[in-house]
Design a protein around this ligand. Sequence first.
Ligand SMILES: [Zn+2]
Length: 209
Amino acid sequence: MINILLTVDDIHPEEGFGFHDEYEFNLKRLIDAGIKPTLFVVPQWHYKMEFHISKHKEWIKSFGENVEWAIHGYAHYNPNIGRDVWQEFNEVSEQKAVELVDMARFAIKNATGTDPVGIRFPGWVISQDNMDSLLTNCNWLDYYALHSFGTELMNYKDKIIVPLTKEIHKLYELKLHHDNINIILHAHISPGENGTNENSLNDENTEAI
Ligand SMILES: [Zn+2]
């Protein structure tokens, strides 16, 4: 069986990242069209209190039960290194990686009332040791969204999903090993320094919906 998820990452309560902006509007258009998107949310972007999702329950509530909440790191930032993106789960101890996932789970459950269903790591990157540790210690997660960039997909058995756009050449190989294949149609927000691209959930790319 092949399951398809429509996912959006970097969601957090800041204008330009799905909060009172064109991305939120376009997400709600998808919902109105009968699609239940998965939101990869960052529960406390860069450890800033004003972006903690617990402070924005009205915004969370505005999505109703029409979305699936999932984890996209805890802060999308590593304060020990002072950098964003891939260092959050790559350049930390195994214990810290588990702690970050537990913190994200707690914050999301507290704000949305439901357990997050899966995780996509910032920048798609996680070390093998930390991945092994999470598979042992956080087996409540339904899936890990992984990418061959920075990871080896085949090690993670059935708990993987792959982005269709980047990994379509892997599907045949995966089908040989797994009964169920989960595919992501992944949309991107990050309007900051990364800019928009063809996956962005902006007005231009969603005109046809
Ligand atoms: Zn991200």
